[in-house]
Design a protein around this ligand. Structure first.
Ligand SMILES: Nc1ncnc2c1ncn2[C@@H]1O[C@H](COP(=O)(O)OP(=O)(O)O)[C@@H](O)[C@H]1O
Ligand SMILES: [Mg+2]
Length: 263
């Protein structure tokens, strides 16, 4: 039986989507990121996804926080929907969810409600920005995100969703900090790894790929976020944002791995 109720089609009330919020994240409103790069990512993905795969599920992760996973997941799902595919973006960061905040929508109900068996109409998650773009927020933060993401319940939810969409993109937490992204990896088509130039440390990236390899994760490719270009606009944004602030903030919110806790 499907977890989703097909009836009670309700549209988002216009107040549930705040354009002022999403303007900070969506590529079409940003100076710092080139629309063409996301389109290129979409084109490259179409080549890497196994042929004949019905509704590929693409996880987006990175080694640490603040590297641009959520920004990439939002924009990748957007450009896929822009091309006419029916796309669902899931906020799979059940510890520090950010998609709802970035897009100015309610964070709940969401994924955790579906995992708890609460029925929902998928129509409630349709965005107003694009006809075929749906966003499933995290829902309330659960005590056991890693177990939930790797559970048979998650498998059932994804199987149901796969029947309704052409693509599913899942925004996941960083690999080097919590095991959530690895837990869900056996349920997805593959993973995109985000690297932030001038921010991601080499040893962190090596550790990230070690984890992914040990868990047999199918890495579809890497996204170099904030890559240097000849364009001066990037330099401008670098100076404006102090990324290491984010680092400290996130560190206190994620559970630290045991060896790091002892330091
Ligand atoms: N290319 C970029 N240039 C400038 N700021 C960026 C860029 N990519 C992401 N950001 C900003 O950096 C912060 C962290 O990005 P986010 O996508 O939330 O990272 P993560 O999900 O990996 O923690 C956000 O405030 C986001 O708006
Ligand atoms: Mg994030």
């Amino acid at each position: 039986m499907s977890l989703f109720q097909k009836k009670h089609k309700r549209k988002h009330k216009s107040s549930s989507f705040a354009p002022a919020e999403n303007q900070k994240t969506l590529h079409k409103n940003l100076e710092f990121t080139a629309t063409e790069q996301y389109k290129l990512l979409r084109a490259n993905l179409e080549f890497t996804i196994p042929e004949g795969e019905k509704c590929p599920v693409i996880g987006v992760t990175s080694s640490m926080r603040g590297e641009g996973k959520s920004t990439t997941a939002v924009n990748l799902s957007y450009v896929l929907a822009e091309k006419g595919s029916k796309v669902l973006l899931i906020d799979g960061d059940l510890r520090i969810p950010s998609v709802a905040k970035k897009m100015g929508i309610k964070g709940s109900p969401g994924l955790t409600d579906l995992l708890m068996g609460k029925g929902a109409s998928i129509a409630d998650f349709r965005t107003e920005l694009l006809e075929e773009w749906y966003i499933l927020p995290s829902g309330d933060i659960p005590p056991n995100p890693s177990e939930l993401l790797g559970s048979s319940r998650m498998e059932a939810v994804l199987n149901d969703l796969r029947k309704m969409f052409d693509y599913i993109v899942i925004d996941l937490p960083p690999v080097n900090i919590v095991s959530d992204a690895l837990s869900v990896s056996h349920l997805i088509t593959g993973m995109i790894v985000v690297i932030r130039e001038g921010y991601t440390e080499k040893k962190e990236l090596e550790a990230c790929f070690r984890h992914l390899k040990l868990s047999n994760v199918n890495v579809l490719g890497c996204v170099m976020n904030e890559a240097k270009s000849g364009n001066g606009a990037y330099g401008k944004y670098r100076k404006k944002y102090r990324y290491y602030k984010y680092y400290r903030y996130y560190q206190s919110n994620y559970e630290m791995p045991k060896d790091e806790q002892q330091k």
